[in-house]
Design a protein around this ligand. Structure first.
Ligand SMILES: CC(C)(COP(=O)(O)OP(=O)(O)OC[C@H]1O[C@@H](n2cnc3c(N)ncnc32)[C@H](O)[C@@H]1OP(=O)(O)O)[C@@H](O)C(=O)NCCC(=O)NCCS
Length: 239
């Protein structure tokens, strides 16, 4: 019924059209950063990879992956990842599902395909951002193996989680007796302090006024990703 397809440079207009519909339907426009036509075209060509979900003849969702190389806005610059690794970074950029098709796990479907594709590339570090005020967005990233590791400000000062996933192995499994804590998603200072003390997000509870992030103490596994001993991301700079 739903089919994930790789989009091509001919699909810039299609993504722009979907983006416009998604933006028009947002309750809180600050959680979604629209992409420029130039950026979309770049990602559809050699600068990234884009996926769509087709149902019948219609495209109802898209996911953009972007390869920032060593550009200024490489999200690894917000982490302790050594600059030599920046060319091995891929961004899990924008994802959007048309309002009528939400709740069908289409974001997860595209993530599964994109992760399988990324597993056989040279990219070793996947970074993403997501608004704490968008618990469904954060949750779909955590379900894809990402973990919130820091609070940053992006897009002219907007609060975002920085999320990280080693590629292709993912984070090492959590120990059974690992300490856990829960912090409301709108308690930004508390979250920021927890991240800089070595906690990372492992689950999102969407019930309640803002939702809640479950955190565990886990070292950021740059060693798993390749070349370094386990290291922790640098303390938050944005809250
Ligand atoms: C975030 C988003 C990509 C999730 O995609 P999805 O394929 O609907 O994800 P899921 O099917 O896993 O559903 C996510 C949750 O939304 C809920 N949901 C169902 N219908 C919904 C609707 N019409 N509107 C909003 N959320 C809905 C689901 O019940 C699910 O809740 P749960 O996690 O508690 O089970 C999608 O909601 C979306 O496009 N949002 C607007 C754009 C955006 O915020 N993108 C992320 C930032 S780049």
């Amino acid at each position: 019924m739903f089919e994930v397809v790789r989009l091509t440079p001919a699909d810039t207009g299609l993504i722009l059209e979907l983006q416009e519909k998604v933006c028009a339907g947002l309750a809180d426009a600050t959680v979604f950063q629209p992409s420029s036509p130039e950026f979309i075209s770049y990602c559809l060509a050699a600068g990234g990879r884009c996926y769509g979900v087709r149902r019948g003849g219609e495209t109802v969702a898209y996911r953009i992956v972007y390869f920032p190389q060593d550009r200024e806005f490489n999200l690894a610059r917000d982490s302790a990842l050594p600059p030599g690794e920046y060319p091995l970074v891929a961004h899990w950029d924008t994802v959007a599902v048309l309002p009528a098709w939400r709740g069908h796990r289409l974001a997860a479907l595209m993530n599964t395909t994109a992760l399988a594709d990324m597993a056989v590339t040279r990219y070793r570090h996947l970074f993403a951002t997501s608004a704490p005020a968008n618990p469904h967005g954060v949750r779909t990233l955590i379900a894809a193996g990402f973990r919130p590791v820091k609070v940053v400000r992006k897009f002219g000062g907007r609060l975002r989680f920085l999320l990280y996933r080693p590629n292709p192995g993912g984070w090492p499994p959590a120990g059974p007796r690992q300490a856990r804590r829960e912090i409301p998603l709108d308690a930004t200072d508390e979250l920021s302090h927890a991240f800089s003390s070595g906690w990372v997000g492992t689950a999102v509870e969407t019930a309640g006024p803002a939702g809640c992030l479950t955190l565990a103490r886990e070292p950021v596994p740059f060693a798993v990703a390749g070349h370094l001993p386990a290291a922790r991301l640098s303390p938050g700079n944005g809250s």
